[in-house]
Design a binder for this molecule. Structure first.
Ligand code: NOJ
Length: 530
């Protein structure tokens, strides 16, 4: 297979900006900190970095409440720092994707401030203000993803405004033309500065059903991650794809830029409508975030994703963790076994066609941290008055060294405390240990980069017992790359004949003349003759 555009199979590393590296000692990660650590990312072997929002923000949702999408929050640096980060990343051959948050702004955004100051202002209609419902309460029954009603009363006017997330994140009215004009300006602002693409927050949002009528009583109790299922009038309206068609035209005026959407819908056929040659390049493929670590579930999800994203001008994505979910070693049971499962899962996904998205710290095998209640900051925790733990445990800072209290992340006091795992799971300790998770990620990513230009686009499933998983892709001139995964808790012999393993997620893989033995919770890449 000849290589297409970089994003089709590039490995993207998500940097949660607050938690990656703090250069100025205020305990919060910043752009100069990230710039200083770019060589770590090239050595890790990723192709691109995705930066979570670093724009001017009151931080009601840690930057996903944006007051000015074309300025940098002083906590994170300056526009000059952003330019310097881009310059140094590009010099190292790393692409940079930035986050856009078009569904809502901060309540401190100047438009919203104007809208509040004067109900007759031209800015009012750029948001969704409505009169109270017949009972004097909110205009409809919509709920915030973060808990509680999706409406907050603007007392002076007696009207409510809509916010599908925190009350500090009012939703734009995408039926207003000025919103479109403004977002095109924002796209060009960052494209002209040289970013390689955008991650689009809540990409299935933006438009709401035109008359904002009640959502049907929620029968669906799908995981709260997939909130769209229980609020069909608030998400995934037919008009939203038109926005991305227009944005794609804008991006296509530039070279090789990419848009990946956070389309948080559980049905991949619905997600797939967002991608293609005239819309988004990619969407996250989220069902794996809630799937059990079992071969048959994985085979079904991978098959479904490969089919759904087999769209001209798009490519599949693979993601196991991000800043909104429980880190996958913890989801897989935690401890030694959870870590083994997590590495096996990663190696399996890295063998597939498409773009893997990694979340900072997963290459260290970081588990979810237990953040003490006094330190929790997530608006989900605050809005639920402590009933829901929230996402802080996946957002604790990156441990670079084994030295408390800052672990090489900060010279000051970290904004969220480090958990006990930082003493062992940190970059310095793992760099010195050839059997560490970090060393495994480096080996796997190096090999993936080497093989990718020669790998066939098609996945051929091996005929294995249903609790094992195996697939092959042609490897030009060398036979086939075979990836096998034993997700079970005992060693298994597979009727797969291959040469010695190219890379494994753990020790003890044995390749014999008639079979291959894969230890429990282990994946391996093998080279097979055909
Ligand atoms: C999805 C982001 O990933 C999440 O962190 C944020 O809270 C919501 N969108 C709202 O912007």
């Amino acid at each position: 297979m000849s290589r297409g555009a970089w994003w089709q199979d590039g490995v993207v590393y998500q940097v949660y900006v607050r938690s990656f590296a703090d250069a100025n000692g205020d305990g919060i990660g910043d752009l100069p900190g990230i710039t200083s650590r770019l060589p770590y990312l090239t050595e890790l072997g990723v192709d691109a970095v995705w930066l979570t929002p670093f724009y001017l923000s009151p931080m009601a949702d840690h930057g996903y409440d944006v007051a000015d999408q074309c300025d940098v929050d002083p906590l994170f640096g300056t526009l000059a720092d952003a330019d310097e980060l881009l310059r140094q990343a590009h010099a190292l051959g790393l692409r940079v994707i930035v986050d856009l948050v078009p569904n809502h702004s901060s309540s401190r955004h100047k438009w919203f401030q104007e809208a509040l100051a004067d109900p007759a202002s031209a800015y009012r209609d750029r948001y969704l203000f409505r009169r109270a419902g017949p009972d004097g309460g909110p205009p409809n029954n919509w709920e915030s993803v973060f808990g509680g009603p999706a409406w907050t009363l603007d007392e002076p006017s007696g009207e409510y405004y809509l916010h599908l997330f925190d009350s500090g994140q009012p939703d734009f009215d995408w039926r207003h033309p000025a919103v479109h004009v403004e977002w095109e300006r924002i796209l060009r602002f960052w494209l002209d500065r040289g970013v390689d693409g955008f991650r689009i927050d809540v990409a299935h949002g933006l438009y709401k059903q035109v008359d904002l009528s009640d959502n049907p009583p929620s029968g669906s109790q799908e995981t709260t991650l997939f909130h769209a299922a229980s609020m069909p009038h608030a998400w995934d309206q037919p008009e939203v794809v038109e926005v991305y068609r227009r944005w794609r035209q804008v991006l296509d005026e530039y070279d090789a830029r990419v848009m990946v959407g956070e389309v948080f819908l559980s049905q991949l056929d619905k997600v797939a409508r967002f991608v293609g040659a005239d819309r988004l390049h990619q969407s996250f493929n989220f069902p794996l975030l809630v799937a059990p670590f079992e071969a048959d579930a994985w085979r079904a999800l991978i098959t479904e994703a490969l089919a759904a994203f087999a769209v001209e001008g798009a490519s599949p994505t693979w993601v196991l963790s991000n800043h909104d979910v429980i880190r996958h070693p913890t989801r897989y049971g935690g401890g030694v076994a959870g870590g083994e499962r997590a590495r096996a899962a990663t190696l399996t996904l890295l063998a597939l066609p498409g773009a893997p998205y990694l979340y900072e710290g997963e290459e260290l095998g970081l588990e979810q941290d237990e953040v003490p209640p006094d330190y929790r900051q997530d608006p989900i925790w605050q809005r639920s008055k402590g009933a829901v733990t929230g996402r802080d445990g996946s957002r604790t800072p990156m441990p670079w060294t084994a030295d408390p209290p800052g672990y090489g992340f900060t010279a000051g006091a970290p904004w969220l405390p480090f958990g006990p795992q930082a003493a062992e799971r940190n970059v310095a300790t793992e760099t010195a240990d050839a059997s560490s998770t970090l060393a495994f990620y480096r080996r796997a990513l190096r090999l993936r980069r080497e093989l990718t230009p020669d790998l066939g686009a098609t996945v051929r499933w091996l005929d294995l017992p249903s609790d094992l998983l195996g697939f092959a892709r042609t490897l030009a001139g060398r036979g086939e790359l075979v990836c096998v995964l034993n997700a079970t808790d005992r060693a298994r012999d597979l009727a797969v004949v291959a040469s010695s393993p190219l890379v494994t997620s753990g020790a003890g893989v044995f390749v014999g003349p008639e079979h291959t033995r894969i230890p429990a919770r282990t994946a391996a890449w093998l080279l097979a003759d055909v």
